[in-house]
Structures are given as structure tokens and as C-alpha cells.
Design a protein around this ligand. Sequence first.
Ligand code: WTA
Length: 656
Amino acid sequence: MSTHETVETFAPDPDFAAQANARAEDYERASADRLAFWDEQARRLDWSTEWSEVLDWSDAPVAKWYVGGTLNTAYNCVDRHVEAGNGDRVALHWVGEPTDDARDITYAQLKDEVSRTANYLSSLGLVAGDRVAIYMPLLPETYIAMLACARLGLTHSVVFAGFSAQALRSRVDDAEAKVVITADGQFRRGKPAPLKDGVDEALGDSLDSVSGPAESVQKVLVVRRTGIDVDWQSDRDVWWDEVIPEQSADHTPEAFDSEHPLFVLYTSGTTGKPKGIIHTTGGYLTQASYTHHVVFDHKPGEDVYWCTADVGWVTGHTYGVYGPLSNGATCMVYEGTPNSPDEHRHFQIIEKYGVSIYYAAPTLIRTFMKWGRQIPAGHDLSSIRLLGSVGEPINPEAWRWYRDHVGGSAVPVVDTWWQTETGAIMISPLPGVTAAKPGSAMRPLPGIDVSIVDGDAREVAAEDQGYLVITEPWPAMLRGIWGDMERYRDTYWSRFAEEGYYFAGDGAKWDADGDLWVLGRVDDVMNISGHRISTSEVESALVGHDAVAEAAVVGAADDTTGQAIVAYVILRESADDSEERHRALIDELRAAVSRDISPIAKPRDITVVPELPKTRSGKIMRRLLKDMAEGREGGDTSTLSDPTIIDQIKSKGVKG
Ligand code: WTA
């Protein structure tokens, strides 16, 4: 982390402040009466039935927000904008990866498409509460599918299309999804890559991890994207373009209870399998909508807003779909990678469409830095008026580079801290109101209460590192873990049970000015390019290989990806102990992780070692492995059962 002396403060620009959506008094109003503040924010949405109570926390830690209120999410994100006379406004500027591929979709068109899709899904007999898995690249149909589910009260589970068949299967099984919506393939780096093949593999009986086909799934709805060949099961598979266009575009949305589950999204935790984080309707949409409005200072009809995250992650849900559409935003949606066909792609899109608000992860910003400032300098980026960062701590250098070279040295940068579990932004400067410092998320938003505490729940002094906790319930908070409420209580609420604090799993500190710095995870969750992956998930993929006896995985600092996955493995005994065999195995192990989880979970380094550093009681000392992976010398080895082990690993380990 940077030292305090070098930190400059950017005061809000008076011209920006004069027209900002956020007001300084929002902080005071919210702290004077938090629930009245959230009551007011919920009124930004259209409800069918008003709530009787803002918050019922009597069954803590399971919250009920806007008790008894009813609303329809898709109506709020689509229909109401058409009814307000904005049907001709572009909702989605979609750009495919191939450069000649683009489609604009207005709010009126979106309403028709969502209605048709909803009519089709209900013709299958699906009813509110049923689950639908969505395994799609970033296409207009992905938005339409999510909104059609929301319109019917179907709980969607979006699975990132970069996840493996195995990962898809475990999510489909856990949520007992009845329908999977996918595409034949997706464009990646200029080429079509298969996607439905992965669905066929996931739902069939060829995976090692399962026996028999996925039982819950009745239909697979397939968008024709690339035209590549696919296998077809005619009793199960349906082409989107053969069933959706013929549906009626009339569909009356039903209002659902504020606590109706809107979606489940799987994310990695410290232990075990990824957990299905449950989000419900009224509180989630209230906070998604309010935070999008104030943190991005979004002006409907004027801004072109681009959240670069894939919908497979929570950022894509809240700030790609629900937050912006609830506010009638015109959203940029880009299917591909930032360097297809070359490194200019994002900047070309910004220039062509006049993108004014741009939201990205620090990893992407650091990648832009590596490509060089001449790339953004070659484009007119003057439409940009606000930049956001999310997903990992942003180093001050990257923050400054982003503001200078993408933001013309003039625009507010919001560093937004939140999690899949929090559902929406919790800590961020308010542009026009709060000053900003490169690397600091600054302040909890109005209506959000956090603290930084030591292991005994005592508040830490300024500049001291502690645990970030959330001290009061918030509208978009998760309502549980799908199928495992015990794990919900254990994971988030047992650490500070007496105080009733939510334990975020991040370390943080206040600086001397009272501004907040998030310092990274304090548990075994790694953050690779803004993606959460747990050490135990990767370890179990490694030990799943026949040749591996034991594995230990750590996240090591990496200049581009924030953290990188570094694995140490002990092999089972074998007659062939050659370096050649070890190298071949290392390749196999990378492939195994990729197959079990996703290519994003592939270790950067795998070292075959004779032994792992363990305490006398047999516990692996990850701290020493992390020191080694980050090139630090001389950690305390006195508690090791064999103090020479680190030297042995360094001299005998085979790294690949
Ligand atoms: C990290 C992503 C520092 C943090 C929205 C958190 C951040 C985890 C920031 C959640 C930030 C997210 N500064 N760290 N601005 N934003 N994180 O669930 O460790 O994919 O706990 O949600 O990302 O990751 P998730």
C-alpha cells in the first residue's frame, strides 16, 4: 500500500457538484434515520403494493425488507420507461466481437422481446420460484433471458460462460434448474468457440464427478450465435429463433413479494463448493437502482453507460442489468475481449458511441497501462465524464493512469467496494460530494454502516489494519445460501455473533482523515483479475488428479492480475521420478484445473515439491508458501516440523 504522505486528494469539481445526483446532506439524512432514508429510496421504484414496514430484522440474520410490498422487476427495468414515453430510447447498444456486428435495442423493443420470452417460458409450465440456468456470452438475448425470468418470478442462476461443464453441472444440480438457456457458441479472440457442447457435457452422464444425466433439466433453449455445428437432442433442445419470435409480445407482469428470490449467483468461499448467494426482489432493486443513480451520477437520456463486467459476475447483474435498466439507462454491451481485433477496441467503442460513464476492474486498467498510453491517446475520449473501478483493490498508480489517460485528467473516479453477498455498492465516494484519493474507497454510502474491528470486535485506531464488518442490515444484502442456511450463518455471522456484525472477509483501515482503505481478503479467497477463487477449490481440483498426493495453493501478488494462483504439489510415489515426467504432469494439472473449474483458475505456477511446510501438528503453513511465491526471504520457520523444508523446496522443486 502507498504511504500516506504521497496520497493526494481530489476535491469534487464545483461544476460537477452543481448538477450531481448526490447531495452532501444525504449522509446526514441517512444517519439521522436510516430506515426513513431507505424508505425514500424504495420510492424511486414502482410498486404494486406498498410495504407495511421498511425492515423486519426479527429473524436475523435473515432480513425482510419492505415487508408486504409487491413489485415486478422487469416492469421496473423495462415497461415503466416505455409507459413514460421513452420507448424509443436505446436500452442496449450491443456490439459483438466481430467488428461488423452490432445491434441497438430500444426500450420498446426490449419490452416486446422480454414479453415474448416470458410467454414462451410460461408455456413450458414454469412457475414463479422455479430456477433457470443461463450460460451465455454477452448477447442481447442474455439480457432478455434474465429479464424474462424476473418478469415471471423465475429465479435465475447465471453461470459465467467461461466456467467448465463440471462447474455448470454442479450449479444446475444445486439449484435444480428446470431450463438451461445457452448459445451454440461464442466469439472469442476472433474465432467462434463452442458453448452448447459444454452444456451437453454438463447435462449428460460423461462427467467423472456425477452419475447419470442432470435430472432437473427439461429444456435447453439455444441462441444461434455462431452457426457452428452442435449436437441436438430433439426432445430437449430448442432453438431460440424457432420459438421466441412467434410468441405474442403482450404479457402482463405479475407483482411479486418484495422477498421473492430474484436470482441465485454462485461464488467461491473459504471452504467447500461454491455457494449459491440468494438475492431477493425489493431490497435488491432499491439499492441497485439508488447506488447506480448516485455513484455513477447517471442521467437518463443523456449518458451512455458502460459496465464492462460479464453478466456471469455480480457486477454484471447489478450494474450491467438491474441498476442501469431500472434507471432507464442506455447501456453499452460488448461481447468480446478488449484486444479483439486489437488493443484499441474499448477506446473505439467509447469514441463511436460517446460512452460517458465507464466501469471496469483494476486488472483491465493495469492491462491498458501495459499496452501503453498511446492506445487511448489515439481516440477522442472526451465523452467520458466519470470512471469507476470494482472488484479488487486499485493501486494508486493504476488509479492515476485511469484518470489521466482515459478520463482526460479531469473526471471523478469512483472506487467501489462491494461483494456478491452485498448485492450492491457499499463503500464508494459520491461523485460531486466526496473527495477522492487514489486507492481509497473513501466512505460507506448513505444508509450503510460499517466498522473496522480487531479480533475482539473492538474498533481499531486510524492506520491500524482490522476486519471490515457491516454493522447494520442493508436492503440488497444476501438472504442466505441456496439450500444451506446453516452455512450462511456460519460464514458471515458467527465471527462476530455477539455484536451481530456481518463479516466481509476483507481487511481494511481508516486513514488519519477518516477515509477507508480496503486491503484485500483475510481468508482463503483469492482475487484473480477481480474473480473470486478459493484456494480449496483449486486444491481439490489438483488432488483429484491420480498422480497428486497433496496440494497447497496460495494467492501471490501479481502486477497485472492483482493476485495469481501459485500451487505446490506433492506427487504420489512413482518409479519415474524424472524432471521430464514432472513437467508433463504440471501441464496435465493445469488442464485438470481448467476442466474442473475454469481457465481463469489455472495456476500461474505449479511447483512439484518433495514436502510441504507443516507445523508439528500437521497444518500447512501457507504464510511461508506465500512468502516464497512472492519472493520474500526469511519468514519465521521455527514452528515447522522440519525447518529445512523451505530450502529443500527451493533446491529440489520443479516449477512450471
Ligand atoms: C474485493 C465483486 C478492494 C473484495 C463486486 C471483496 C474490492 C471481493 C473492491 C468481492 C474494491 C471488490 N477495493 N477490494 N473496490 N471491490 N473487492 O463477490 O475482496 O466478486 O470481498 O464482488 O472483491 O468479490 P465479488
